[in-house]
Design a protein around this ligand. Structure first.
Ligand code: R5P
Length: 326
């Protein structure tokens, strides 16, 4: 009689969309597993087709996709991958969002506006996601939009370790580019042993996208090295205006540190022309060769993603990755 072996062991499987396979490859190398081969192509009218080349039944599936431009296409491809996994009987599906697109639309500023960040969470749930894994959400409350576990990872230790190794901490000021990010500046300060903090008084017209007006520097920055922190650099308007305001207020030098290098439109040109000493970002989004410049430093988020995936797969603790910052 043939022996039937029963096994309830899950298999960790990593899947990547086409937006930024290089990041998935880095994560796969960290985990020591291959990426599950996937065919994906576009039909003439832009519709997307996806098929996995191996059985995914019973797997603990992690689907990684960076929401880079064209954002809507990358999101749709990831949704289709999740749908395919659900229909192919993956045991658990974790959607890995190194950069959660639409996160800035997390509330209604005026009547008749969407809450697109919520819609994103609903779409992934409907497609079949059991859990989300994200890095530096625009606001932490977005976690509550998804009906299920959300692993919210922070690039803070990665960025502070790097910046901390390069500056004289005694003459350091952490600067929030607006009043809304002061809490994050405080966490930077704690991680760097208690530096002082400043912020830029910024006003924004919600009817005009990507336009901000920088006001005055609140805090003492004269003769100091300033680190301006932000979750993302999109057109670089916010951050380069902050650099100008700080230098004009007497700062010795300014470093920019941001997690997500969206780098749309004029961003690279603005950063190159800016009086900033160094721009430090992570690779949650792809950065093309043409978008790289001399004082740009790109730190890899892959080890953090890989550690978090391992913890989730092994039912360990993702909180333990935050060095006490849960
Ligand atoms: C705003 O609330 C965000 O945290 C960023 O400061 C902003 O989205 C960056 O956009 P930009 O680079 O286009 O000024």
């Amino acid at each position: 009689m043939n022996e039937i072996r029963l096994s309830s062991e899950k298999r960790l499987r990593l899947f990547t969309g086409r937006a930024y396979p290089e990041l998935a490859e880095e994560v796969a190398a960290e985990l020591g597993i291959p990426i599950t081969p996937t065919s994906a192509y576009d039909f003439a009218n832009g519709e997307i087709f996806v098929r996995f080349e191996e059985s995914v039944r019973g797997s603990d599936a992690f689907v990684i996709q960076s929401h880079s431009a064209p954002v809507n296409k990358q999101i749709m491809e990831q949704l289709i991958m999740v749908d395919a996994l659900k229909r192919a009987s993956a045991k658990r599906i974790t959607v890995v969002l190194p950069f959660y697109a639409y996160a800035r639309q997390d509330k209604k500023h005026r009547g008749r506006e969407p809450i697109s960040a919520r819609l994103m969470a609903d779409l992934f749930k409907t497609a079949g996601a059991d859990r989300l894994m994200c890095v530096d959400l625009h606001t932490s409350q977005i976690q509550g939009f998804f009906d299920g576990p959300v692993d919210h990872l922070f690039a803070l230790p990665l960025l502070t370790n790097y910046v901390g190794s390069k500056v004289d901490r005694k003459n350091l000021v952490i600067v929030s580019p607006d009043s809304g990010r002061v809490r994050v500046a405080e966490r930077w300060s704690e991680m760097l042993g208690g530096t002082s903090i400043a912020f830029i008084h910024k006003t924004r017209d919600p009817r005009v996208p990507n336009e901000s007006t920088t006001g005055k520097v609140v805090g003492d920055v004269k003769g100091m090295t300033c680190v301006v922190i932000d979750d993302m650099i999109d057109t670089a308007g916010t951050i380069t205006k902050a650099v100008d305001a700080l230098i004009d207020a007497g700062a010795k030098d300014v470093i920019i540190a941001a997690t997500h290098a969206v780098l749309s439109g004029p961003a690279v040109d603005r950063l190159k022309k800016s009086r900033v000493s160094e721009v430090v970002v992570t690779n949650t989004l792809p950065i093309s060769e043409e978008s790289r410049f001399d004082n740009l430093t790109v730190l890899s988020i892959a080890p953090l993603l890989a550690r978090a995936m391992k913890e989730v797969f092994e039912d360990g603790s993702v909180t333990s990755l935050f060095d006490g910052h849960s």
